[in-house]
Design a protein around this ligand. Sequence first.
Ligand SMILES: C[S@@+](CC[C@H](N)C(=O)[O-])C[C@H]1O[C@@H](n2cnc3c(N)ncnc32)[C@H](O)[C@@H]1O
Length: 309
Amino acid sequence: MPDFVHRPVMLAEVLDALQPRPGGRYVDATLGGGGHAAAILAASSPGGWLFGCDRDGAALAAAQAKLAPFAGRFELRRGNFAELTDWIAAGSCAGVLFDLGVSSPQLEHAERGFSFQSDGPLDMRMDVRQALTAADLVNTAGEAELAKIFWELGGERDARRLARMLVRDRAQRKFESTRQLADWIERLAPRRGRKTHPATRVFQALRIAVNDEIGSLRSGLDAALKILQPGGRLVVITFHSLEDRLAKDFGRARARDYTFIGGVDVPELREPRTPELKWVSRKAVTPGPAELAENPRSRSAHLRVLEKL
Ligand SMILES: C[S@@+](CC[C@H](N)C(=O)[O-])C[C@H]1O[C@@H](n2cnc3c(N)ncnc32)[C@H](O)[C@@H]1O
């Protein structure tokens, strides 16, 4: 798969966090091109085993080729990591890795429709077997739903106005391509000296919505906790604040020795519980200067590590 090139982020830090050992069983929930998976298999030799999954068929094929030297020591599956418990026995793994977001080929291949750097269909599906595309959302979702998506998933301040204008203008002409949408947003919300393109937030929001990234991550983290064995490590790399907050809140809630009701943490409303996880590094690990210089896409990566108790 020569045109599938994705550089794994924070490879040394991931290995340091997972501590793969011979004979251990590991899960790479976001295989991509298989860069992290290959390193985990190499570090867990001899006898280490890896289960890998990805929703993207192209990623799976690329990972299959990359992992060929480790034949017999891995199993790969195309699917959503939210379903990990359907594939892996409870309490059986020494480590689970989530390297979230999109791969470089997903962004760079125009026909996938993730990016407005080049023109492509308004698609954004990680799994092309899925019915819902970004064009479906943009052309059929109601104004209130679009505004909610732009604001909650993209942090777009102009969410309500953009949603209102979108619903008005799509009645004249459907939105079909990435450049068409990006140019339309730029006309409504000019750059005014900003470095990032004014469509960046809307594109992020649509991608997260189309792929139900937040719902998948919630279920994926719960599933990971179930399949880990005591002492097993959960490593999560996030690329935007929404998923980072989710990972942090997940860790916090399960590392606490109490729960509280009503969403307000005051002593009177606390109930004791046994913590399921502990933080290995509570503070997020971020890429060092050498990696940042070499791979600018790593700049928003935050790595968090938890250990099952
Ligand atoms: C940043 S890339 C991973 C790169 C990989 N670590 C490597 O070394 O090449 C993220 C991958 O996760 C996949 N992905 C995102 N959400 C997923 C989900 N809910 N279930 C399965 N795969 C998912 C994407 O399709 C993409 O291939």
